[in-house]
Design a protein around this ligand. Structure first.
Ligand code: PEP
Length: 248
């Protein structure tokens, strides 16, 4: 079945009002194919700016993270309601930088994912193994564990996009090979087929993330289970548009 090509841009903790506006302006001017879904995730202070500057129909705005409560005494956190109030429609959950640096657990990420979905946001759920885990040959066990935590609390996966991002490939310039990515994506889909059902697993988009750039993106073109990309560093540069157009 045809799954719509999806490209996410995670700006991480980068940018200023000026630079974020410039990126959105670049996207406004770009000839983005109508069959590509693009989601950009600027830092939280610039969500409203990105929403307001965006003129492209198939570009949406995402938060990079959210909390699993609506409001209250949670200093420094941001709720799905607030994300929606700013005009964003997506949030990332489970990015490896939050799993490893902020020490977010599988269960906390699952709880946030569920809460964000319940509040009407769509979610890019990030999973992936560290280099040590890859060397120990437990890539699939790790991905399965991270997915199962979400599957225990979420039954409807229609508003989730899974981003497989091996931690060793993020920001390192060492992208997984298209063959490696395809093999893992296929295994992830097979696992999802057992946990959330064959139909949902067939429909869900599985993105690859980790050092994707304008040059290597087209190499993933014929990989059946690679339904798009989550892009970090290159989403801040003009080559982001090349990645968006890499399936043409
Ligand atoms: C990311 O942060 O999600 C990511 C994939 O980063 P990069 O593209 O810079 O490796």
């Amino acid at each position: 079945m045809a799954r719509q090509f999806f490209v996410g841009g995670n700006f991480k903790m980068n940018g200023t009002k000026e630079s974020v506006a410039k990126i959105v302006e670049g996207l406004n001017k770009a000839d983005i194919p109508s069959n590509v879904e693009v989601v950009i995730a600027p830092p939280a202070p610039y969500i409203a700016l990105a929403v307001n500057e965006n003129k492209q129909k198939n570009v949406e705005v995402s938060a990079q993270n959210c909390f699993d409560k609506a409001s209250g005494a949670y200093t420094g956190e941001i709720s799905p309601e607030q994300i929606k109030d700013l005009g964003a429609t997506w949030t990332l959950t489970g990015h490896s930088e939050r799993r490893t640096i902020i020490k977010e657990s599988d269960d906390f990420i699952a709880s946030k994912t569920k809460f964000a979905l319940d509040q009407g946001l769509s979610v890019i759920l990030c999973i992936g193994e560290t280099l040590e885990e890859r060397k120990a040959n437990v890539t699939l066990d790790v991905c399965a564990r991270q997915l199962d935590a979400v599957a225990r609390v979420v039954s409807d996966w229609s508003k989730i996009v899974v981003a497989y991002e091996p931690v060793w490939a993020i920001g390192t310039g060492l992208a997984a090979t298209p063959e490696d990515a395809q093999e893992t994506h296929k295994a992830i889909r097979e696992h999802l087929s057992k946990s959330i059902g064959a139909d949902a697993a067939e429909k869900i988009r599985i993105l690859y993330g980790g050092s994707v750039n304008g040059k290597n993106a087209p190499e993933f073109k014929d990989k059946a289970d690679v339904d798009g990309f989550l892009v970090g560093g290159a989403s801040l540069k003009p080559e982001f548009v090349d990645i968006i157009k890499s399936r043409l």
